[in-house]
Design a protein around this ligand. Structure first.
Ligand code: GDP
Ligand code: MG
Length: 439
């Protein structure tokens, strides 16, 4: 997510942080670079203009202030403005009625059906009695798709063969009167705002079902197209929020950055994988940090927590906090990482500056073999590993001395990352004020 924009911001921030004084020339230069980074990421040009103008005005204030750390003040301004642009706070679904209704709308293939199930899963986990309605009667197989997904998470579904979406919704509401349902999620067919019949159909569904939330589901990879279609839908349907899907791909960030400002409705969730648990509550501060190249240590820790088994997670947490990350922990972690799936996915969440650690899937196997060939003492004290010990380990594991050396180098880098994470952890990451030295 946001790969190239965060690389650019990382570069911009590094430069500005180093400056001793803020003056018109470095303000202008930075503003120019920020503008280019945003435009390259397909951020709407009006949003870009408003954003850089506001950053510029505030940065000029810093120039006058003659503060102690002008570069960092500038960075802080930039981050604050970005968080504000993204919407300041996370906003979960606002479910006030009982039962609550959530209507999902959007173009074909945007991810409505997947998101319906992801939301059903999310609220089921929170203990709600959830129910999904299959109101896409247009695409062959659409009802079956929802049906199969709903069954996989044990959520009841309302469906009808040879019916119309409006009738299905009416009957579904009737049907649940005798059920203790708390949340109804309606999956609809993909439609374009250009199709008047389809738009009036979904308006009728909204009139009938009086949703607590009407979510516009948009493919985050489509950049400004997603923003434009959200804008058009919003004219016909009172949208309450946006879900941007496929943010795990190489979405450049343009849609995420522009949409709130353009249509005035918040992004509520991001779709982050095809899988059912791939849905994140949209958190402006965390997204801003990702865009600025700080990575998303919080998400990383969350992901690790859900996937690591409890015991090893606790051990790892302890060794991170106490700065005693050893080769044993490293080996343990590799075993857990193998369970987490793609290393690339994990690396994407790390701050830009930590990304230069080399990891590839195949190397995991021999790394384990090498660590297994060390004694317990050596694993705890890798500094004792001189030439002759390394040679012995190389023979024992059947890997070359170069590979043993490479592993130890990598481990030492990893240890540094862990130390950093340990420090951030103590400061309750991501408390940027303390990282920047602000109180
Ligand atoms: N990688 C990824 N794929 C997604 C995400 N959301 C949906 N998809 C995929 O996008 C395709 C279309 O999704 P679907 O829910 O059927 O879209 P609909 O036509 O709007 O109902 C499917 O292949 C989904 O697996 C996401 O957040 N990440
Ligand atoms: Mg669908």
């Amino acid at each position: 997510m946001f790969g190239s924009i965060s690389d650019k911001f990382d570069f911009i921030l590094k430069k500005i942080r180093g400056v001793g004084v803020i003056n018109d020339s470095n303000i202008n230069e930075t503003i120019r670079e920020i503008r280019r980074a945003l435009i390259d990421a397909d951020v709407n040009f009006k949003v870009t203009k408003k954003f850089v103008d506001s950053v510029k005005t505030k940065a000029q204030g810093v120039k006058v202030l003659k503060s102690i750390k002008p570069g960092e003040q500038f960075v802080k301004i930039l981050r604050d403005e970005l968080v504000a642009l993204l919407g300041t706070n996370s906003i979960d679904l606002n479910l006030k009625n009982n039962p609550s209704v959530v209507l999902l709308a959007g173009l074909q293939g945007a991810g409505k059906t997947t998101t319906t199930i992801k939301l059903a899963n999310r609220f089921k986990k929170k203990g709600k009695n959830v129910f999904v309605v299959a109101a896409d009667t247009y695409r062959p197989g659409a009802i079956d798709q929802l049906d199969i997904l709903a069954k996989s998470i044990n959520v009841p579904i309302y469906k009808e063969a040879n019916s119309s979406p409006l009738r299905i919704c009416r009957n579904a509401l009737e049907y649940i009167k005798s059920e203790a349902i708390e949340l109804i999620l309606i999956d609809t067919a993909g439609r374009s705002h250009l199709n008047n019949d389809m738009m009036s159909e979904i308006k009728n569904i909204a009139d009938l079902t009086k949703p607590d939330e009407i979510l516009f589901v948009a493919d985050g990879m489509t950049g400004q197209d997603a923003v434009n279609s959200a804008k058009q839908f919003n004219k016909d349907l009172p949208l309450s929020g946006i879900v941007l899907t496929k943010m795990d791909g190489d979405a450049k960030g343009g849609a995420a950055v522009s949409i709130k400002e353009i249509i005035g409705k918040p992004i509520k969730f991001l779709g982050t994988s095809e899988k059912i648990d791939g849905l994140d509550l949209f958190d402006p501060a965390r997204i801003a940090d990702r865009i600025l190249g700080y990575g998303d240590v919080v998400s990383l820790v969350n992901k690790a927590q859900t996937l690591f088994n409890d015991q090893s997670a606790k051990r790892l947490e302890k060794s991170i906090k106490q700065n005693t990350f050893t080769l044993d922990d490293y080996r343990e972690q590799l075993i857990q990482i193998k369970k987490m799936g793609s290393i690339n996915d994990i690396m994407k969440m790390l701050p830009v500056k930590m990304k230069n650690i080399h990891t590839d899937e195949k190397s995991l196997i021999w790394v384990e073999a090498i660590i297994n060939s060390m004694t317990k003492y050596e694993r705890k004290n890798p500094s004792v590993l001189d030439g002759s010990r390394r040679l012995r380990i190389s023979k024992g594991s059947g890997r070359s001395v170069q590979e043993v050396n490479a592993l130890l180098n990598q481990f030492s880098k990893m240890q540094k990352v862990m130390r950093k994470m340990g420090k951030m952890n103590k400061k309750r990451i991501p408390n940027f004020n303390s990282i920047f030295g602000f109180r």
